[in-house]
Ligand binder design. Structure first.
Ligand code: PMP
Length: 456
């Protein structure tokens, strides 16, 4: 049923628009639930919720109605001139969903801005409380925290940061807990502690008084392909941060708003971060929106000392906040977090079963509906497929040609692997998981045939 992607590009002539590459895709026409149509009438399953964004599905009528109602009143009022009700209500609702004490909400327009805000609030808190020596933010490798220069400084993904290296101060990195690659005799719990100890060692090496914060994705996103650490890791990281008075920043841009089966991924381990970054599922693609949520004990000294020296013109935009408010209500009213847990377990089981059929599927991982599998040359040694095969991108194209959108990445440096993220909207049903798997299997068969990969 699918035509080749290039056939449905609009406009047909040269375009003035550009993104990262010359890749051209068909033109979006409409989207509903988990499905997207192009202008030719071809239909895709949004198997990655875009870039893990469209968590409540497309064209939700209640969200659209809330946005229309707000549009009829006001779409903009500058925050320094007017407060607005959607922003106030969304801040209160968000705070009510956070761990105790995390109740100060700062709105932004996306994930990178949310991360920038976390870094700058942390630094201003240190300055305001007489800890000027603290400025280093330790991060992990691989990781992804955004594309602005501050967010890049904490991102562990060389291809994205290298060209800009002279323009920012790269922050120290410790290895992300890629335990699935370790061939040793430790238990998972022991491995988790060993990886956490690397933070302690790095703090000591940097000098504890110079370290401001540690930032991590509680479940890895595109950078690691849904990497989950052993349970022991999370609590130990919190302890280490506390030992040295270092702030713990959770980048929940991808994991937040229910994607992993809890509103925040932090809840799985009962962790209370000091600052949280949210975006993506927070407004689920209905508006460009993100938030930083910070502990009151950090914000108050900053405001007392003259104010937070940071802000964006579109912050707290009433239309974006009305969308976010309706999205969060939908997540709560429809228990989409619960559905993410239930459907995630089902999808993960089906994806794990792929390992019987395809020896080149080496690992299946993730939490809730943040799921991924990794393709390898040898499952025993976890040797990656040759980079030049570009297997992840090929699989994406095979799936795309079969009406399924999935998201992939080859992580370079640190760990090498072709990951495919399968992350449908949280409204996905059991029959729809069947549709996704059917297309995925057909795509893996096509890839195996193309690359001469073995089938079980
Ligand atoms: N942090 C994480 C964990 C992300 O996954 C992303 C986006 N992929 C970002 C930050 C940056 O978000 P944005 O693209 O909205 O700026």
């Amino acid at each position: 049923m699918q035509t080749s992607p290039a056939a449905t590009v609009f406009p047909s002539g040269p375009s003035n628009l550009f993104y990262q590459s010359r890749l051209q895709r068909p033109t979006l026409d409409r989207a509903e639930g988990i499905y997207i149509w192009d202008r030719e009438g071809n239909r895709w399953i949004d198997g990655s919720s875009g870039a893990m964004v469209a968590n409540i599905g497309h064209s939700n009528p209640r969200v659209l109605a809330a946005m229309r109602a707000q549009m009829d009143r006001a779409t903009f009022g500058y925050r320094l001139h007017f407060a607005n009700e959607p922003a106030e209500r969304l801040a209160n609702l968000t705070a009510s969903l956070m761990p105790e004490g995390l109740d100060r909400v700062f709105f932004v327009s996306g994930g990178s801005e949310a991360v920038e805000s976390c870094l700058k609030l942390a630094r201003q808190w240190a300055v305001a409380t007489g800890q000027d020596s603290r400025w280093k933010v330790i991060a992990r490798h691989p990781s992804y925290h955004g594309s602005t220069l501050g967010a890049l400084a904490v991102t562990g993904y060389a291809p994205l940061s290298e060209p800009f290296a002279p323009m920012f101060t790269a922050m120290p990195k410790i290895p992300a807990p890629t335990c699935y690659l370790d061939r040793d005799n430790y238990t998972d719990a022991e491995r988790g502690l060993r990886y956490a100890e690397m933070l302690r060692e790095e703090i000591l090496a940097q000098g504890p008084d110079s370290v401001l914060a540690f930032i991590m994705e509680p479940v890895g996103g595109a950078s690691t392909g849904a990497l989950v650490a052993p349970d022991s890791y999370y609590a130990r990281i919190r302890e280490i941060c506390d030992e040295f008075g270092i702030l713990l920043i959770y980048d929940e841009v991808m994991t937040g708003a229910g994607r992993t089966g809890r509103f925040l991924a932090a809840e799985h381990w009962g962790i209370r971060p000091d600052i949280v970054a949210l975006s993506k599922g927070f407004a689920a693609g209905y508006a460009p929106l993100g938030a930083m949520v910070a502990a009151r004990r950090l914000v108050e000294p900053v405001l007392d000392a003259g104010g937070f020296m940071h802000g964006y013109t579109y912050a707290g935009n009433p239309l974006a906040c009305a969308a976010g408010l309706a999205v969060i209500r939908e997540i709560l009213d429809q228990d989409l977090t619960g559905n993410a847990g239930r459907m995630g377990a089902l999808l993960k089981a089906e994806m794990t079963a792929l390992m019987d059929r395809y020896p080149f599927v080496g690992d299946v991982r993730g939490k809730g509906l943040l799921l991924a599998f990794e393709m390898v040359a040898d499952r025993e040694t976890m040797t990656p497929l040759p980079r030049e095969w570009n297997a992840h991108a090929r699989l994406v194209e095979h799936a795309y040609a079969r009406g399924l959108v999935v998201y992939s990445r080859r992580t370079r440096g640190g760990i090498e692997g072709d990951h495919i993220l399968v992350c449908p909207p949280l409204i996905v049903t059991e029959p729809q998981i069947g549709e996704i798997m059917e297309r995925l299997v057909a795509s893996l068969d096509a890839l195996a045939a193309e690359l001469g990969l073995p089938r079980g």
